[in-house]
Design a protein around this ligand. Structure first.
Ligand code: ATP
Ligand code: MG
Length: 185
């Protein structure tokens, strides 16, 4: 199952792609006592029934994963929030888009580890397709010091001359590692 929060974020990102989104925003923030992430898209959105299905671990329609009728992304997020005293908010408007936001207490023992954010961004940036993606990563220390970076898929793709071939993926990875470095101190 899920080992890390970064896997959950990737699930949400994939849901946005599957919903036909052309513009996706992903944020991953840490403060001294909270971990916060959000995924915002302009995909097809969900009506009330769709939201109910998305919340139901047995709500998958069975077409996507033949032989399996469980979609686990959102229910897993809810369950993690319940276990840790965090919260999940979903705003969705049919035809307009969806925003999913989660906040967890950083120190809770049952909180899954953050995971590898370099790999998360790499996966999201190189997924393939015409979608635009904006990433915002932030960390605010208890002394008020802030580390942050923003990545815009269009800009980085232009700078690297595309995101497809293995060469540029290597460069992209090095770039992401350098951005993430100050966060690991
Ligand atoms: N961003 C979104 N926009 C529109 N619909 C969404 C979005 N996120 C989830 N949904 C709807 O909620 C359902 C459940 O999502 P969930 O990620 O839990 O399972 P899944 O995507 O069906 O399966 P899995 O993630 O296991 O491959 C989706 O099938 C989709 O119909
Ligand atoms: Mg999914």
């Amino acid at each position: 199952m899920h080992a890390a929060l970064s896997d959950v974020v990737f699930d949400l990102f994939q849901n946005s792609i599957e919903a036909g989104a052309m513009n996706i925003g992903v944020s991953f923030w840490e403060t001294a006592d909270e971990i916060h992430f959000s995924v915002t898209d302009d995909g097809r959105g969900m009506d009330f029934e769709g939201l109910k299905r998305a919340e139901d671990p047995f709500g998958s329609d069975g077409t996507k994963h033949p032989g399996r009728r469980v979609g686990l992304g959102i229910p897993f997020l809810r369950q993690t929030a319940e276990q840790t005293g965090g919260r999940v908010e979903i705003d969705s408007v049919p035809g307009k888009g969806t925003r999913i936001e989660a906040v967890f207490p950083a120190a809770h023992l049952d909180l899954p580890p953050e995971g590898n954010l370099v790999l998360l961004w790499l996966q999201c940036l190189t997924f393939g397709g015409d979608y635009q993606l904006k990433i915002h990563r932030m960390c605010r220390e208890s002394d008020g010091r802030v580390e942050e970076y923003r990545i815009d898929k269009a800009e980085i793709s232009e700078a690297l001359g595309g995101l497809e071939d293995t060469n540029t993926v290597g460069l992209l990875r090095e770039f992401l590692e350098s951005m993430e470095e100050p966060f690991n101190k």
